[in-house]
Design a protein around this ligand. Structure first.
Ligand SMILES: Nc1ncnc2c1ncn2[C@@H]1O[C@H](COP(=O)(O)OP(=O)(O)OP(=O)(O)O)[C@@H](O)[C@H]1O
Ligand SMILES: [Mg+2]
Length: 260
C-alpha cells in the first residue's frame, strides 16, 4: 500500500521525548503509521529504535509528547493498554514462554486483558478450542507446524517467531512491532519471517520492522524511517532508496563512495 496523504493514520506519535539520565534516547520524534503499511525503522546502535518501539507498545511511558490511536489522544499506562488498542510487539527473545506449548503461548496475557467474566471464560476455555484457534492463526499465515503440543522451547528461533507473529494475527492486531526479529536467524528462517511480514500486510496489519539488515528492510518496507541520536532524521518510500543511501542517512555521512 502506498502512503497517500488522504489516508488516516491508525497510530501517531507527536513530539515524543524520552531521556534516561543524561541520555536523550528520543528527541521530539513524530511518526504516523498508516493502515496496512510496513515501516522499516533503521538507525545505528543506540539511535533510539528500541526505545521508540517500547513507546509504541506501551512498555515505557514517554516524558513528553502525545500518542494517538485512530485519531484519538491516548495514554498507555502499560503494555496491556497497548494490546487492548490492537498493538502487538514481537521481540527476539521475550516473545514466547519456552515451557508452554504453542496454544498456551498464543493465549498468553489474554486473561490480563479480559478481566471479570470474560477472563474467567478464557481460563476455563477447553484445550480443544485453544488448539483450534492456534491452528487457525497458523493457517492464516500459511504455516504448518509439526505438532502444536510441542513445548515452544523445543522450537527453532524462526518457529518461535512464527508463534509470536501468528498470535498477533489471531488476536486481530492492527499494528505489529518487530524489534530485530531476524537478528539471530539463519537464511531460511529469516525468509520465513520476511514472508510473514508480507502476509501481515496482506491482512491489513501495519508492521514496524526494526532491523540492521538493509537488504531485508528494503525488501519488505513500503516506507523507511531513519533515526540518529534519538531523532528522526529521514522518512521516505522504500522504493526510492538503496543500501548505500540508507547507510549514509544512518551514519550522517553526506557522501558515500559507490562500490567499484
Ligand atoms: N533502560 C535504559 N536505561 C538507560 N539508558 C537506556 C535505557 N534504554 C536505552 N537507553 C539508552 O538510550 C539510547 C537509545 O537506546 P535504544 O535501545 O533505543 O537504541 P537502539 O536504536 O534500539 O539500538 P540497537 O540498534 O543497539 O538496538 C542509548 O543511548 C541507550 O544506551
Ligand atoms: Mg534496539
Amino acid at each position: 500500500m502506498t502512503a497517500g496523504s488522504s489516508i488516516e493514520p491508525v497510530f501517531e506519535l507527536r513530539d515524543i521525548t524520552k531521556t534516561y539520565g543524561a541520555v536523550r534516547a528520543l528527541r521530539s520524534v513524530s511518526l504516523k503509521l498508516l493502515p496496512g503499511e510496513v515501516v522499516g525503522l533503521v538507525g545505528d546502535n543506540g539511535a533510539g529504535k528500541s526505545t521508540l518501539s517500547k513507546v509504541i507498545s506501551g512498555t515505557i511511558k514517554p516524558d513528553a509528547g502525545e500518542i494517538r490511536v485512530d485519531g484519538r489522544a491516548t495514554v498507555f499506562e502499560t503494555a496491556v493498554d497497548a494490546r487492548m488498542a490492537g498493538i502487538e510487539t514481537v521481540f527476539q527473545t521475550l516473545a514466547v514462554v519456552p515451557t508452554l506449548d504453542i496454544p498456551a503461548n498464543m493465549y498468553l496475557g489474554r486473561e490480563e486483558i479480559r478481566k471479570g467474566f470474560l477472563g474467567k471464560l478464557f481460563r476455563l476455555m477447553d484445550r480443544g478450542k485453544m488448539q483450534r484457534d492456534a491452528e487457525e492463526g497458523f493457517r492464516k499465515l500459511g504455516l504448518k507446524l509439526p505438532d502444536l503440543r510441542t513445548k515452544v522451547g523445543a522450537l527453532s528461533g524462526g518457529q518461535r517467531q512464527a508463534v509470536a507473529i501468528a498470535r498477533a494475527v489471531l488476536w486481530g492486531s492492527k499494528i505489529v512491532v518487530l524489534d530485530e526479529p531476524t537478528a539471530a536467524l539463519g537464511v531460511h528462517q529469516t525468509e520465513m519471517v520476511l514472508s510473514f511480514i508480507e502476509r501481515l500486510r496482506e491482512h491489513g496489519v501495519t508492521v514496524v520492522f526494526i532491523s540492521h539488515n538493509m537488504q531485508n528492510v528494503l525488501r519488505v518496507a513500503d516506507r523507511v524511517v531513519v533515526m540518529r541520536l534519538g531523532q528522526k532524521v529521514f522518512e521516505g518510500e522504500g522504493a526510492s532508496l538503496d543500501g548505500a543511501r540508507l547507510v549514509s542517512l544512518i551514519t550522517g555521512a553526506s557522501e558515500v563512495q559507490a562500490a567499484p
